[in-house]
Design a protein around this ligand. Structure first.
Ligand code: MN
Length: 176
């Protein structure tokens, strides 16, 4: 199944399962009703930051929208022309409760994240290149092999200040 179609269908299904209108979903996620309608109709692909707002408002893991279940090889999620490309490494496991992504960030790209669900912990490890990450308002630089663990329920940001793509892994733990 095409990933964009899967994402659109999943969003609509989750909203309807809660008995929510598009207005209610907008209220819960902080994403406009117009934008949510476009995403559900597969007319627009949300940025990574917008998709995180949606996942947080619905209280589901990020991978819910980009990792079709049942062993299909996951596609890379690449909504904004390769600024930030996210590929799930493992399928979601309800008992383990973590997402694990391979992420690449293009030269000059910045991704700012609103707070995730309360209690979410992120572990970021740079694989190749140099990653800047902002936690608690402080920018830090992670070269290959370096990692950081931080509370994902506060604003944070990822940035590539170099001329080559940076590749990192992100392991995100969700509370019970
Ligand atoms: Mn994050």
């Amino acid at each position: 199944m095409e990933l964009a179609f899967y994402l659109a269908t999943t969003l609509k299904t989750l909203r309807q399962a809660r008995g929510w209108s598009l207005s209610k979903l907008a209220e819960q996620t902080g994403v406009s009703k117009a934008m949510l309608g476009q995403i559900e109709r597969n007319e627009s692909s949300p940025t990574v930051a917008t998709l995180w707002k949606i996942a947080t408002g619905l209280n589901v893991p990020f991978s819910t929208f980009i990792a079709p279940p049942q062993g299909e090889k996951p596609d890379a999620y690449d909504p904004d022309q390769q600024n930030m490309v996210i590929t799930p490494i493992f399928p979601w496991d309800e008992a383990l409760r973590f997402d694990c992504f391979s992420i690449s960030l293009a030269p000059g790209a910045v991704s700012e994240s609103t707070p995730h669900e309360k209690g979410v912990i992120e572990h970021v490890v740079t694989i190749a290149g140099i990653l800047d990450i902002c936690v608690d308002g402080q920018w830090q630089t992670l070269t290959a092999g370096m990692g950081i663990r931080f509370n994902g329920d506060k604003p944070h940001a990822y940035r590539n200040s170099t001329a080559s793509t940076v590749h990192f892994h992100s392991l995100i733990h969700y509370p019970k």
